[in-house]
Design a protein around this ligand. Sequence first.
Ligand code: FAD
Length: 471
Amino acid sequence: MSIPSTYDIIVIGAGPAGQKAAVQGTKAGKRVALIERERGIGGSCVYRGTIPSKTLRESALQLDRLRRAGEAFRFSLKPDTQIATLLSRLEDVVQAHDSFMSRQIRRNGISLFHGQARFLSEHTIEMQTVDGAQQQFMADTIVVATGSRPRNPEEIPVDHEHILDSDSLLSMMYIPRSLAVVGGGVIGCEYASIFALLGVEVTLIDRAPHPLQFMDRELVEQFIKGFEQRGGHYLGGQHIEQVRWNEVAHVATKLSDGTIVNSEKMLVALGRQANVDDLNLSAAGIMVSHKGVIPVNQFCQTNVPHIYAVGDMVGAPALASKAMEQGRRAVRHALNLPIGDAASTIPLGIYTIPEMASIGLDEVGARERYRDPLIGRAKFEEIARAQISGAGHGLLKMVADPAGARLLGIQVVGDSATELVHLGQLALQSGATIESFIDNVFNFPTYAEAYRIAALDILGQAAKIRTAKAA
Ligand SMILES: Cc1cc2nc3c(=O)[nH]c(=O)nc-3n(C[C@H](O)[C@H](O)[C@H](O)COP(=O)(O)OP(=O)(O)OC[C@H]3O[C@@H](n4cnc5c(N)ncnc54)[C@H](O)[C@@H]3O)c2cc1C
């Protein structure tokens, strides 16, 4: 058996979480080994998740803009349009990302190894390469960042040809005429709205009466409205009884109320499961919860204090942004460096069409805590920037305490929502007052003006309450 190579930190998995952990380690002057089983680096974020789905979304939006730019063009997609045509930019985007990340890894002096890693003990990792060679590594600190994969229940026969999951969806050759999407979570809703915009007949099926249960109801209603205007159908309150490819032309889905949905393809989007099975975690004494994720404390420490777990493998929210922050925090904690408290409020960005974003308390959360919070609304129809871009409907909701003084949260649906929310994030973190949105001058025309309009709405309500109390 070979003598183990010794490092200060070993990071397993080169997705967003692992990369940031490794970079943080070398920036602090430590020797870091980064072990990744795939040829490319970037994880599901780059190859199967965030970047491919957002590239397809951008193509769908560009096509829609073309369509709307002039009926005179009579522009429509050919029935046999290949998915690859719409993803033509993907290769460039992935390559640009890949070479940026490779440079970052080289520049920081991280030792990158390709192979499948597993624990031999609480300080030793064994890596097996594709040609079967084995190598051992030892370190004081180990960061596990092996991510997640789609959770496909046994009763749905995912064959990656007719019945697909989010890893295989974009391997479809052609845009289907119809698509059934099972699961009204983030991934299901994003893809459902993208394909609906491409003119596909989409049926979105979920157990709950509304999709995206954790989001503000008013925002979700706007999403469903837009989805249905494009010909999409939402079938809520349904259990899947049976899914079968009929061996000829369509996937037949039988629902609990007896409805049969026939579609050319199906996307199964029923959540994610952590990649823990191949790690031989028991050799290091690392616990796994009954939900199949590794329990961690606020510093991402597992029950074995020098072993950290970060990113998708520790559970929701499964976001690249959260994964990166956890990678950074874990290593800073291991090295006794100051961590900062940025992660107390993580913004949520959902790239449906229209997109949605949220930070801090929403209306329901604020009611639970404050009974009568004030809610300011700015409709995009009132904003010059939205009128100019023809972006259609949108809404920014500002949540304030009952006196209308302090900002508690922001929820946005509509064009640029995922960018717009960051203004609210900074305001929340700095404890901004509602008045401060009035005291500042905003560029005109911008979507950011919505903050001013919503703040004025809150201050108007607060003034009325004061007058009523005084009377
Ligand atoms: C369709 C889709 C759309 C998404 N859209 C967004 C979005 O818009 N915004 C957002 O923030 N997030 C989005 N996400 C989520 C985001 O992709 C994940 O949260 C993020 O990739 C998690 O990062 P990670 O580093 O934890 O895991 P991963 O990115 O999964 O990386 C884990 C890495 O570990 C490697 N690995 C696994 N096991 C081993 C082993 N034993 N040895 C060596 N290497 C191993 C894997 O090969 C992989 O490279 C999306 C996800 C999907 C599926």
